[in-house]
Design a protein around this ligand. Sequence first.
Ligand code: HEM
Length: 143
Amino acid sequence: MTDPTASQAGPSVYERVGCQPFFDALVDRFYDAVEADPVLEPMYPSDDMAGARARLAGFLAQYWGGPTHYSDERGHPRLRMRHNPFTIGPIEREHWLAHMLGSVRMADLAVDVSEQMVAYFEAAATAMVNSPIRVAGPEAGNA
Ligand code: HEM
């Protein structure tokens, strides 16, 4: 996906929200919730959560018009491919999205920026779904 603000005159969303510190805080709130979520937490690398935070914050900053540090380090995002190792069904999407939208709503954003972000995360989370069902997790009772 390309930066939706790139062709417009005026500041990018990245600049309007306060640059990298905004995305770091957004992702910190999000990952704090992920780490407390029994559905999502087992999917993430417990020995590299600082790295996971940095990757997502770097990607989002780049997406919204910030510097390209993410791609400089990681190459083309190819996010759907990078999510292939994880089973992402409707339940995982719902949990991921709830935490991200919760984090967006905790920020003091202009209404138009907030609406853009919510629409983006809803669509991107849908695009990341790669399974119709959830593979049995620890609490499924049939492992
Ligand atoms: C729909 C539910 C989703 C689930 C369950 C999920 C899960 C994961 C997991 C387990 C990782 C590995 C953590 C790491 O080592 O970095 C990851 C990485 C990542 N996710 Fe997601 N994700 C979801 C949606 C999204 C969405 C919507 C976006 C973008 C808006 C996104 C962006 C990223 C990025 C940028 C990375 C790091 C990729 C890399 O460079 O390796 N994810 N995700």
